[in-house]
Write a protein that binds this ligand. Structure first.
Ligand code: NAI
Ligand code: MG
Length: 323
């Protein structure tokens, strides 16, 4: 991406976040992601695959008119970002409108976000997750926690303010550490009882108040599997919309190969075990799937989850060291 293009888009978005009038103006040239009770709208393309629906302002107004809603309803959208061509992108919750009438007008369908993730591309999944997260935050922060009075949003939705207490609330994420532990030749994966059958993932946990990334990571591994890790290596981060907004901080870590005996916290985990390079490569080659009703063979989270990135990186590293 060209640097100046990126900087000018960033400055443009900054202005839209801060200037209510400019943001209202931008709604007119915006692209809109629709959600019905937080389920995003997908549309089937000519080639038969689903994509995230991005409606133009004029199309959205037309659709609202068809289902009997005033076009000023568009002002309830929240600013998400902008495309490479500086078209602003917004999310809008249409849960009060008739679902099937909307689906018909938009020639699409509202799909639960977890299911939608299996149907769309990686780039779209980050945007659709952000859109849902922002809607959810606004839906659950309508009142000031100090005074109980209603909070009022700015036009872009980058904050809400209580005029009675003067407190400004900003959208929140909860920091979560996720770590792939290796003993040099195997890696440790675990599953919670609520995971889909057969899926194992890297160890994860919410950061406690006041903790560093490193402290949270050491603590979570000790709590969940009774091991002491070393050689922490940062891999990357990701916003994760489930169950609410988590900010996933992903790392690699190692344990001493003589101290690999796991001692599972059964309240948290159903199982945790060491997987060989061969088992991992096989699991990575399986296509990402929505495994409802399928038999519980071992599989790993799909590419849109940062757990998959960690596992992939570990496998690549192993491959190199085996040559
Ligand atoms: N994107 C990815 O690749 C992955 C994402 N995750 C996400 O990481 C998150 C945390 O993982 P867990 O191992 O379940 O966490 P965890 O090991 O901290 O256990 C969850 C428990 O922590 C407590 N808790 C503390 N602070 C909390 C907060 N702010 N919100 C909710 N619960 C809180 C609750 O009692 C909850 O039952 C989950 O939301 C999960 O969806 C987990 C694995 C992979
Ligand atoms: Mg955990």
């Amino acid at each position: 991406r060209s640097c100046s293009g990126y900087v000018s888009r960033t400055r443009y978005l900054m202005r839209l976040r801060e200037d209510d009038e400019a943001c209202r103006e931008a709604l007119r040239s915006g692209n809109f992601l629709l959600y019905h009770k937080l389920a995003p709208l997908l549309q089937k393309t000519n080639s038969g695959v689903y994509k995230l629906a991005c409606l133009k302002a004029s199309d959205l107004e037309h659709i609202l008119e068809k289902v009997g809603k005033d076009k000023r309803f568009v002002n309830e959208s929240f600013l998400l970002g902008c495309t490479d061509k500086s078209e602003p992108q917004f999310s809008l919750e249409v849960g009060d409108l008739d679902r099937s009438a909307l689906e018909q007008e938009c020639r699409g369908m509202f799909v639960d976000l977890r299911k939608a993730f299996f149907m769309i591309t990686g780039l779209e999944s980050a945007l659709v997750a952000k859109g849902q997260a922002l809607l959810r935050w606004h839906q659950t922060n309508g009142f000031c926690s100090a005074t109980g009075q209603p909070t009022v949003r700015n036009q872009s939705g980058s904050f809400r303010v209580c005029h009675s207490s003067g407190v400004t609330y900003y959208p929140k994420m909860a920091p979560v550490v996720i770590v792939l532990v290796s003993d040099g030749s195997r890696c440790l994966l675990a599953r919670q009882a609520m995971f889909p059958p057969g899926m194992y993932s890297a160890l994860s946990g919410f950061c406690d108040m006041g903790e560093s990334l490193e402290e949270a990571l050491h603590r979570e591994v000790a709590e969940e599997v009774g091991l002491e890790v070393e050689n922490l290596q940062y891999s990357g981060s990701q916003h994760w919309p489930f169950p609410q907004s988590s900010f996933m901080l992903a790392c690699h870590a190692t344990v001493n190969p003589d101290k690999t005996q796991v001692n599972i916290d059964t309240a948290e985990l159903e199982d945790a075990r060491w997987f060989t390079f061969e088992e991992i490569t096989e699991a990575l080659q399986k296509p990402p799937r929505n495994p409802k009703g399928e038999p519980p063979v071992f599989w790993v989270p799909p590419p849109y989850a940062i757990a998959n990135q960690l596992i992939q990186e570990w496998a690549n590293q192993q491959q190199l060291s085996r040559k």
